[in-house]
Design a protein around this ligand. Structure first.
Ligand code: GRG
Length: 289
């Protein structure tokens, strides 16, 4: 099967899984609506795709890994809802649509983000086809990546705006964006019962892809077509953030994305069946949204 077909296969299953969540008839139905609004707003689903692909690479069933990747996507969605709030980045548009708080108000947007977090861990706790130890490992991987020494720490560093050097900016993004991308890959390893060496290779790949992803994000904030990007272009500059474009220029960014992508691919060189993940690294390096 080719790259596009494989991605589409994962994507269809991910959308179906997420589409069936939070459908119950509740007296507080607006909460469910706000959660579904952001969850089903057309994300690329890169993270759950990584989970499925790593499970498959290391001999597991990708359908067993799917709920784990979707659980992580719930946490990713909460982070975007909260990131867009007036007390954080104060954005009106996300994925080309009004942000959650613009549609449902700030209170419900905060609560929709809050509710998505425990729901993610409930999915991990109930995941079928995994041992109790695998479910515990999955909880630990996701909690660590999303928590106070992971994504939230990165967000704090980002919002206090003091990261100016390249080293500081890289650290910020390895926490804010990289930790969750690495966790997505590791969840696939957990589902497949991968060896420590395989898990390390997955982390190495994800670290490089995560950095390339962030550098590309900074480039897109300058060069993207706003309609395609789905959020305002130039917002980093407006917010006074130090970006990779400030630090090394657009051409430097392009070179750095290529270097990271090369290193990501090298991390998986020894594993037969790596074709999809190698192509995914290339596709992310060239992404336009
Ligand atoms: C609120 C605790 C808290 C954290 C927010 C992830 C994050 C931290 C903020 C998002 C800000 C941002 C634009 C980061 C750059 C890279 C990134 C994570 C982009 C969004 O991820 P995509 O491109 O989004 O995978 P889609 O829409 O495809 O899901």
């Amino acid at each position: 099967m080719g790259y596009q077909e494989t991605y589409q296969g994962y994507l269809t299953a991910i959308e179906r899984y997420l589409g069936e969540l939070f459908l119950g008839d509740r007296p507080y139905g607006q909460l469910q609506e706000a959660m579904r609004y952001s969850l089903l707003a057309g994300g690329k689903r890169v993270r759950p795709v990584l989970t499925c692909a790593f499970a498959e690479l290391f001999g597991g069933e990708w359908k067993t890994a799917l709920p784990l990747g979707c659980a992580l996507e719930l946490i990713h969605t909460y982070s975007l809802i909260h990131d867009d709030l007036p007390c954080m980045d104060d954005d009106d548009l996300r994925r080309g649509k009004p942000t959650c708080h613009k549609v449902y108000g700030e209170t419900l947007a905060v609560l929709a983000g809050d509710a998505l977090q425990p729901e993610a861990f409930a999915i991990l706790a109930a995941a079928e086809g995994l041992s109790a130890q695998q479910r515990i490992d999955a909880v630990a991987v996701l909690a660590h990546a999303a928590g106070g020494d992971g994504m939230v720490a990165g967000q704090v560093l980002d919002l206090d705006g003091k990261c100016r050097s390249r080293e500081q900016v890289e650290r910020l993004h390895s926490l804010k964006t990289g930790a969750m991308i690495a966790a997505a890959a590791e969840l696939g390893c957990v589902a497949a019962g991968a060896s420590p060496e395989q898990r390390q290779a997955a982390r190495n790949y994800a670290r490089e892809v995560g950095l390339a992803f962030q550098i590309r994000d900074d480039m897109l904030d300058v060069i993207a077509d706003q309609a395609e990007f789905g959020k305002p272009v130039g917002s980093d500059k407006e917010e006074g953030k130090t970006t990779f474009v400030d630090l090394i220029g657009l051409e430097g960014c392009e070179r750095e994305v290529a270097v990271c992508t090369g290193r990501a691919k090298a991390a998986l060189a020894d594993f037969p069946g790596n074709g999809f993940l190698l192509e995914l690294a290339d596709q992310l390096a060239d992404r336009r949204k």
